[in-house]
Design a protein around this ligand. Sequence first.
Ligand code: ATP
Ligand code: MG
Length: 584
Amino acid sequence: MVVTVDVKLGESVLDGLNESQKEAAATLNGPVLVVAGPGTGKTLTIVRRIAALIEEGIRAENIVAVTFTNRAAREMQERVFALLGKRSEGVFIGTLHLLGLVIARENAPDGLTIVNRDEQMDILKSVARGRGGKIEEVADAISRKKGMIQDLGDGMKDVYEAYQSALRKNGRADFDDLIAIPIGLLEDAILLDGYRDRFRHIIVDEFQDINPAQYKLLTLLSGDQQNLCAVGDPDQAIYAFRGADVGCFLDFERDFAKTTRIILTENYRSSGTILEGSSTMIRHNRRRVDKNVHTAREGGNRIKIVSVPDERAEGEFIVGEIEARIGGTSHFRLMGSRHDTGFPRASYGFSDFAVVYRTNAQARMVEDAFASSGIPYQVIGRYSTGKRREMADILSRLRCFGAVIDGVTPLRSLPAKDFIEWALRESDLNDEGGGETRKAITGLLEAVGAGGTAADFLNEVCLLTPADDFDPRADAVVLMTIHMTKGLEFGVVFVTGAEDGLMPYRRPGKQGDVEEERRLLYVAMTRAKEELFLIHARRRSMFGKREHRSPSPFLKEIGDEFTKVHVVPDRETRQRKNGQMKLF
Ligand code: ATP
Ligand code: MG
């Protein structure tokens, strides 16, 4: 392929990229759409594109890179810093919600405070009292309206108005407002021009999961220059319930007629077997455009489809497989040489393993198995124990001095550090447990920075998402839902609950979207670099009932040539066999 790039860049920032990646990183002007499969280096290319922009003399302040999670933003910041050092300071790298918050706050003279989910529910309960129906459904409807996904239903308008005025009265905003408020503000032409002038180059990762309101904000900001680079994979759209869909790629090419479309086809992440097996499966989706992704790593271990008796055996199986691969002369090395995997690995660390599941409810049994094995692990996205819960607790204690939130401006503009000192003094947090609390808020204080105010601190807490529980530096096996795995990669991935009813997931009385469920499994499978296990239990407790289960229909779609079936027999059978062996 002949690649024409419109600039001459020093080789260093494009070093090691393939030709199409170079084109994506170096086509700096006009709309660019990078559509590419998993592991093709989309995120890597964005890092290089930021570096290329700076090399070209674009000021750091004029560059915006939008990531899907705060965690992804932090990683990208570190990688850009590693390439450019201080020259990268001033580039905005963060979620679109953070960008929205920046815009909203710059135009809110009295400050703006985000409410967290608990507080949002409290407000909704007070304004929707006596209305009947679930409060979560009301919250959902409001979220869909603000995301421009769906208009409000009948009888919702009054609740909506009451909710909005309760929020606004005290300078508060909910999460979706962080997109909705800036869109409203940018109706002002002078303001809009100012932001267009400032955010001259915008890059968006995981574009497939952008909702209509977010898309609108991006297009508004990109203005006439249209230096908007959208990067994503329609096969990995997993938030359709939030309104994201493959349609956003079609919209992009319609709305930006001069789009340069770049396709990356080489997968650097997964073995040939994993890549081909997952591609074969995703081709069963009707609503998609086929991408011809190939890999430099031919062959590799077959994808293991494992049948276990129940969810307890599932956890035990995983622990056993990890133990076999950890530590010096591992069983894996023997297997590796026997099967000639092409992945010479002396040994794995714990963080090379991920256990993923469709629903949070599945975590418990796996966790029990890990707890009794002594293998270090981290569970991501569980509100009851995660960092967000801890922070929410701290906040709710701080907020006992409700004035902080409810419109006392002097407190909001206190330096964050002073605010926390004050709040700790005023509360009982200096007593037992206070030390722990102090430790927990130190990290967030750092994130707010030296110049941060109390409001910045509170907002920082509210911007935490489930994915932010992930600590990439911990040497621990990661347990998480498939939704949390976006953008990540691991040596070995265990997908649990590969059963009909979980994949595709069916709630009682609700029809799911089979194509989206297939995309979810696709995302899970394509996180794996070297080995992939798809595990299904023959019995499991679901919705309080003990059930017989059958394998996910998606498993048959992978193709026999890429898979190997392994059956773990029932406990009774195993015991009987062991008993007989002892007899002889
Ligand atoms: P996903 O769709 O899952 O987000 P992605 O397209 O963003 O995937 P990356 O995470 O950027 O892919 O890259 C996947 C892996 O491939 C990373 O480990 C990355 O370092 C590696 N990689 C990407 N491009 C190259 C390259 N040109 N040479 C060597 N390794 C590469
Ligand atoms: Mg990526």
